[in-house]
Design a protein around this ligand. Structure first.
Ligand code: FES
Length: 154
């Protein structure tokens, strides 16, 4: 007479096991998909926080060389042309996933070592995964200091 009130625990157990297995499979799938999505969807460009900085002093750079400088919370890249007179300044944060780019003087291009992204001297994306150009800055030489400021013409 007591056996009529006993509930069979088997369907509940199977439901719980199915729930845990499904959750585990979903977590595993997400751990594979998330890095792929991060690779193809670049991060938003953050505000740099300042409008002008002293990037270097005149004479710090040799012709066809570069230097990394701090522009707010982000790195900037200052390049002195091979002519020894023309400066270029761009954000040094790659527009793909934010790695710090570097200047390759032999090829006269800006290169990102993370995924082999290439930009030209003006910061335009030329090849590789970068989806847009590097942010370009204005360069002004005042006295013996090289000032870099935001390009407000955009
Ligand atoms: S971070 Fe991927 S190419 Fe620069």
């Amino acid at each position: 007479m007591c056996s009529e009130n006993v509930v069979n625990p088997e369907p509940v157990r199977r439901g719980l096991i199915g729930l845990f297995l499904g959750g585990g499979l979903l977590a595993t799938f997400a751990s594979f998909i998330y890095p792929v999505l991060r690779y193809f969807v670049p991060p938003q460009v953050a505000d740099l926080g300042v409008d002008e900085v002293v990037a270097a002093k005149v004479g710090d750079l040799k012709p066809n060389a570069s230097a990394i400088f701090r522009f707010g919370s982000k790195p900037g890249l200052l390049i002195l042309d091979a002519d020894g007179e023309t400066y270029h300044a761009v954000s040094a944060s790659c527009t793909h996933l934010g790695c710090t780019v570097q200047y390759k003087g032999d090829a006269k291009e800006i290169w990102c070592p993370c995924h082999n992204g290439v930009y030209n001297m003006n910061g335009a994306n030329v090849s590789g995964p970068p989806p847009r150009p590097l942010q370009k800055f204005n360069v002004h030489v005042r006295g013996d200091q090289i000032f870099v400021s935001r390009n407000t013409e955009a």
